[in-house]
Design a protein around this ligand. Structure first.
Ligand code: 2DT
Length: 206
């Protein structure tokens, strides 16, 4: 039986990384095989260039950066499929939806063009979209250090997530409660998805 492919998405610093890790810990503690994965994976070949770009050490054309983020996922595509097919569930921090939502928030970038490089990647069984208020998250430590951490840009990103939302496999998560409350609310949804995935084929984007 295959594992489930679950993605957490949302604007910057909305708490999804914390929740991803807490869910992985929780699942492991109950004996469920699962792994945490995050995009961009800055340790990969493409990830190093992406890291320099995000830290504003290099400049690159918008389309080139977009394709690097996509290539970063393609670098891990064989691993994703193999883990899932061997029964390990993946809890993934950002995916193609961030790729499209962030690039298409830039001036002159078309959302449909942004989706093209993602075609054929595995489609998650569940996307948890973390709702967050940009005015609240922008108060958090370190905000503004990386590229994209600007209030107006983040608002545009949130609007783009709404355009990508597919109610057949997306759930919006209210990320405003305490860390513990958010985890508790997530648990049943995650367990249900793990159960359903067992008898379903892994689909492809889009
Ligand atoms: P983290 O703060 O989660 O490390 O993300 N991004 C991410 C893109 O522009 N395209 C993508 O495909 C992905 C996965 C979102 C770093 C920043 O990179 C953005 C925030």
């Amino acid at each position: 039986m295959r594992g489930a492919f679950i993605v957490f998405e949302g604007g910057d610093r909305c708490g999804k990384t914390t929740q991803c890790k807490r869910i992985v810990e929780y699942l492991k503690s109950t004996g469920i095989a699962c792994e945490y994965m995050n995009f961009p994976d800055r340790s990969l070949t493409t990830g190093k260039i992406i890291n320099d770009y995000l830290l504003k050490k290099t400049e690159l054309p918008d389309r080139a950066v977009h394709l690097l983020f996509s290539a970063n996922r393609w670098e891990l595509e064989p691993k994703i499929r193999s883990l899932i097919n061997r029964g390990t569930s993946l809890i993934v921090d950002r995916y193609s939806y961030s790729g499209v939502a962030f690039t298409s928030a830039k001036e002159g970038m078309d959302l449909e063009w942004c989706k093209l490089a993602e075609i054929g990647l595995p489609r998650p069984d569940l996307v948890c979209l973390f709702k967050s208020r940009v005015d609240v998250v922008s108060q958090r430590n370190g905000w503004g250090e990386e590229r994209y951490e600007k209030t107006d840009f983040q608002k545009k990103v949130c609007e783009n997530f709404q355009l990508l939302k597919d109610p057949s496999y997306w759930q919006e998560i209210d990320a405003v409660g305490s860390i513990e409350e958010v985890t508790e609310n997530l648990k049943p949804l995650i367990l249900e998805t793990l159960e359903k995935a067992k008898s379903r084929k892994l689909e492809n984007l889009w």
